[in-house]
Design a binder for this molecule. Structure first.
Ligand code: ZN
Length: 1033
């Protein structure tokens, strides 16, 4: 999946226990009857009330035994709480014997009193320690930490019976092998009826099958044991179906045990509503040019929504084959993972499409679409590649077809593993939450990610479209052919696809080379990863929100970054051999990170211990800050975690952790005017040192920023800055961008004085390379935004003037065309956007003129695509311009143009326009729901709108969480976008208070912790730097 560029809080245990029996009737009924609950001092696990626990069970045993145990466990649980409560009272009573007020009375001596108080304090401390021990399981042996909070605890099903499984993960006693799925989506009434036969293999004798099912109404269920050839299949009698919606599970319980080693056919009939969100099997619509509304139904299953479309074993490691049949109106078409086998007319103008049986794959990769899309196709090396789109957009589909074929060809050759399907569909879906989704053989995209329009798509749009196609095609191997075992290793899918998309583009589209984009994503990714709320690449996840939250920059960008670092360290050849081995060894299977390290180790040198090297990078959050001190010919190195927030008492990162850092470096000798070739030094201890020639003028680490760490040069910054001032071209543009990013980031956490930033900046007058210029613009923009939103307008203006002076040469040099190479065009787009947003007079005048011409003479004045958004931005600053742009927004069929217009409309200085836009996004009619996060972020960047955007989020939080699932990337974008520029304690308090009030509807989200930390970091920035900004600028 490609997302767009964007721990459950524990109640104190006493609160849990005091409230759980009062508010949970299903628990209360069993637990309060003292006759039912004789005390047995066995294992008892204290659970938060949110898990709706009831009783302890015994795993895979006969149902009768289980039922007995449910009862005895209920007794245990109820009595244990009561017992603890009464113990507590007894203890209190015991203390009271000393005196009713809890103090010693005469004739106690003072000494006795002290001893007495000491004992009381000691007992109370021990009691509290036991009481507050997290996840503590009490047994005869004492208190042992529990490995799994929900293990062995059974809840109640919807019908009040015991639901025989309490864990989020499914048992591995039953393996699905094949699904036959018949679906009939009714696009008018927006519901779907389905029938499926699942062939399962029983691995261990059991009396239950647990499957996923969410929002489905199960009409009937039956079992048949499949006998060997010649024998008749035997129906299994009296099948009971239980539902436990909280874990999105159903249990199928036959009257007799299911035998080990036997295959069964499980038949299920069900109905559901098509989802009204853009997740699951959902309904959507679009307008034709004649305003006719056409309905469609499409899927987005990753990570957990296949269960919303059909009952299934919805975990990535449960791979199976799928045969899909869909009934559709005869005026529509269907698409699914596999080529169509047949189309048969059935009653009422319906046609039954039957698809070929799929390869063995995970449920999240299943997809089907019912729509009246058009397509363009080309047969390429035995694969039919097609691009599908809504009618009228054929001219926008040709580029994707070309790019798709070339990239497919690249991957087949690079991995030396053929693409295993006869067809590849790339489908542009009008309503789509993710950027794109890699469903095997039928990849779905948002329209902006697939369609390319010569007259409205900029060079960056083209680069973006190519990158997304490259990402999704890489998934056909990394993710589809070889899949992570569980979502904790999502980075194996997403980090690899991200990394491979850049490799593929370098080879296949060198004119669209994306190295600068990857570098800037690394900078941004490290910003998130430097927060205390970040997480390791491999992270334990269980709940739906935790799984959704894995689709973040850590899995995508950090994953890709450490692969880049590893490739640089091992060499490209070794790396390539390793990943080919990984794909071949595990094809059609599932893996963990260790499997990857194992494959890479087969080809690495004996001195390169890959598992050891990658241990900290993959299992710890954050990254190291390497501090450099030069002492003549000696370079002293020291590593520590890079930490943004200095709130050390709440830090959950062990500051003693050590990374094995393959430090790359170059040196420069000013006497000979010569840069030495790149070297590597492996820093695996807290400190290290290396020797350089004494004539070396400077040393630069992390060459081209290929490593995932930051460097603080201490006093050696002066030598580097001097070189930048003297002749910056000695450094590669990526190294210059790295130095700029590092010095701004280090200043923001107080590691270097802001004076150094000011000292470095004058070199920028001579900088003409895209990467360092854009990096500097970003940082100036960020500082300007913080000051402006705090109302320090004078200081903001001084920052703005300072930056505009630095870049004045380069601004005035630009022409307003689409001429030049990619880097020139990107630079033009970024610098003119910056200049116009910061009121550069010439820039604003030019843009205004172009906008007026475009409005009044639309047929003569087409806009250059690279500056189109800037022209729209300036045009929409007036009321009249805004209205005219809006009328164009409604009419255009180009998604790329719509995106640019929406950003410009959201930058209006008129609050009524902004409020109207946000509401339109929430309504989802005139502005699509999928675009609401973009609108909210853009309004938040607007001085006039930023407080209103936050208010809008607060007021509509419930609706937002219904439209975008908790933990989703969209919700992440909304929360971080609307809070990231707050820098006051009042706003910090407001954000914290609001989300705390949302309890399970948001307070536990990682993005909330990120938001709080970011605000604290902004407050810290103000505290450390404000006086220097006043002084220096
Ligand atoms: Zn992806």
């Amino acid at each position: 999946m490609e997302s767009f560029p964007s721990d459950r809080a524990q109640l104190p245990r006493n609160m849990i226990e005091n409230s759980m029996f009062e508010e949970e009737p299903d628990v209360l009924d069993l637990a309060k009857d003292p006759q039912m609950h004789p005390l047995e001092p066995e294992e008892v696990e204290y659970e938060p009330r949110s898990s709706r626990l009831l009783v302890r069970g015994l795993g895979e045993q006969d149902l009768e035994e289980e039922e007995e145990d449910y009862e005895s466990s209920a007794r245990l649980l109820g009595m244990s709480f009561m017992n603890r409560s009464s113990n507590s009272q007894n203890r209190s009573a015991g203390y009271r014997q000393q005196g009713s007020d809890g103090t010693c009375h005469l004739p106690c001596s003072a000494r006795t009193c002290i001893v007495c108080m000491f004992i009381v304090v000691l007992i109370a401390s021990v009691a509290m320690l036991i009481y507050f021990l997290p996840k503590c399981t009490f047994t005869k042996e004492g208190c042992n930490p529990s490995n799994n909070q929900t293990k062995d605890i059974y809840p109640l099903a919807t019908n009040g019976k015991i639901f025989p499984w309490a864990m989020m993960r499914l048992p591995d006693t039953v393996l699905p092998e094949h699904y036959e799925l018949l679906l009939h989506p009714d696009l008018i009434n927006r519901n779907v009826s389905g029938f499926e036969t699942v062939t399962v293999l029983i691995k261990e004798e059991t009396k239950k099958i647990i499957m996923h099912s969410s929002g489905l109404h199960i009409i009937s269920a039956s079992f048949k044991a499949l006998k060997a050839k010649g024998g008749a299949d035997e129906p299994v009698p009296n099948l009971e179906v239980l539902e436990y919606p909280k874990n999105q599970q159903i249990a199928l319980i036959p009257a007799q045990s299911l035998e080990k080693g036997i295959h069964y056919h499980l038949e299920l009939k069900f109905t559901a509503n098509l989802s009204s969100t853009i997740y699951g099997f959902y309904n959507s619509s679009y307008k034709l040019e004649n305003e006719t509304v056409r309905e469609l139904a499409a899927t987005q299953f990753e990570p957990l929504a296949a269960r919303m479309a059909f009952p299934c074993f919805d975990e990535p490691a449960f791979k199976a084959t799928f045969q899909i049949k869909i009934k559709r109106p005869n005026t529509y078409t269907t698409l699914s993972n596999m080529p169509k086998n047949s189309s048969t007319p059935v009653d009422n103008d319906l046609v039954l499409d039957e698809f070929q049986t799929s390869l063995k794959m995970s449920t999240y990769l299943v997809a089907f679409i019912v729509a009246d899309f058009k397509n363009v196709s080309r047969s390429f090396n035995g694969t039919l590649v097609s691009v599908h789109f809504t009618p009228g957009k054929e001219d926008q589909a040709h580029y994707a077809l070309e790019a798709g074929c070339r990239l497919l060809d690249f991957y087949v050759k690079y991995f030396n593993i053929s693409y295993p399907l006869e067809k590849l569909d790339l489908v542009a879906v009008p309503d789509f939450q993710a950027g794109a989704m890699e469903n095997w053989g039928v990849i779905t995209f948002g329209e902006t990610a697939l369609l390319y329009n010569e007259s409205t798509s900029s060079i960056m749009d083209k680069q973006f479209t190519t990158k997304v196609i490259a990402h999704e095609l890489a998934h056909q191997w990394f993710g589809n052919l070889v899949t992570m075992k569980w979502w904790n290793d999502l980075w194996l899918n997403e980090g690899f696809a991200t990394f491979m998309s850049y490799v593929a583009m370098d080879y296949t589209f060198p004119d669209l080379s994306n190295d600068d984009d990857f570098l800037r994503r690394r900078f941004k990714g490290m910003e998130q990863d430097s927060l205390n709320s970040s997480h390791p690449l491999t992270t334990r996840v269980e709940t739906p929100e935790q799984i959704e939250e894995m689709f973040d920059s850590v899995s995508y960008v950090k994953g890709a970054s450490i692969l880049l670092m590893l490739k640089t360290f091992l060499s490209e050849d070794v790396f390539k051999l390793g990943i080919k081995d990984y794909l071949n060894t595990h094809k059609f299977g599932s893996t963990t990170s260790e499997d990857l390290w194992k494959s890479l180790s087969k080809f690495s040198k004996s001195t390169q211990n890959v598992p050891q090297l990658m241990e900290t990078w993959s299992t710890k959050k954050g990254f190291p800050l390497v501090t450099v001190r030069r002492n003549g010919a000696q370079i002293e190195l020291h590593q520590e975690p890079f930490i943004v927030n200095m709130d050390l008492k709440n830090l959950t990162l062990d500051t003693r952790i050590l990374w094995q850092i393959p430090l790359t470096y170059i040196t420069f000798n000013s006497t000979t005017n010569n840069t030495a070739s790149q070297n590597t030094y492996l820093l695996s201890e807290k400190s290290g040192s290396l020797s350089i020639a004494s004539e070396v003028s400077w040393i630069k680490f992390n060459v081209k920023m290929s490593g995932y760490y930051m460097v603080d040069y201490g006093d050696h910054w002066h030598a580097l800055i001097e070189q930048l001032q003297h002749n910056h071209s000695v450094f590669h543009p990526s190294d210059r961008a790295d130095l700029i990013n590092s010095i701004f980031r280090l200043a923001s956490i107080g590691k270097v004085p802001l004076t150094l930033v000011v000292n470095l900046s004058p070199y920028l007058i001579h900088e003409t390379s895209t990467l360092p210029v854009i990096e500097a613009l970003d940082h100036f923009d960020h500082i300007y935004g913080l000051l402006e939103k705090r109302g320090f307008m004078d200081l903001a203006s001084r920052v703005q003037d300072f930056a505009l002076k630095l870049f004045d040469n380069i601004i005035t040099k630009q022409n307003w065309t689409d001429d030049g190479f990619l880097v020139d065009r990107k630079l033009r787009s970024a610098i003119l956007s910056f200049a116009c947003r910061h009121q550069h007079l010439v820039c604003v005048r030019n843009a205004k003129q172009m906008f007026d011409d475009w409005i009044h003479f639309p047929y003569n004045a087409s806009l250059p695509t690279d500056v189109m958004e800037t022209v729209f931005y300036v045009g929409a600053q007036t009321d009249d311009g805004w209205m005219k742009l809006w009328s164009k927004y409604i009419l255009t069929s180009s998604a790329a143009e719509k995106r640019k217009m929406l950003n410009a409309l959201s930058a209006s200085p008129d609050i009524k326009h902004l409020l109207w836009l946000m509401q339109a996004g929430l309504d989802g009619d005139l502005v699509k729901m999928q675009d609401l996060p973009q609108v909210l972020v853009a309004v938040s960047e607007n001085l006039v709108g930023h407080l209103h955007a936050w208010n809008f989020v607060k007021e509509n939080w419930e609706s937002l969480t219904k439209k975008f699932q908790l933990g989703s990337f969209s919700l992440h974008t909304i929360v971080s976008g609307t809070t990231s520029q707050f820098s006051t304690k009042a706003h910090l308090f407001e954000v914290q208070t609001f989300f705390e009030s949302q309890k399970e509807n948001g307070s536990q989200l990682r993005v909330v912790k990120e938001a709080v930390e970011t605000i604290k970091a902004n407050i810290q920035w103000m505290d450390k730097n404000l006086q220097y900004v006043e002084y220096l600028l």
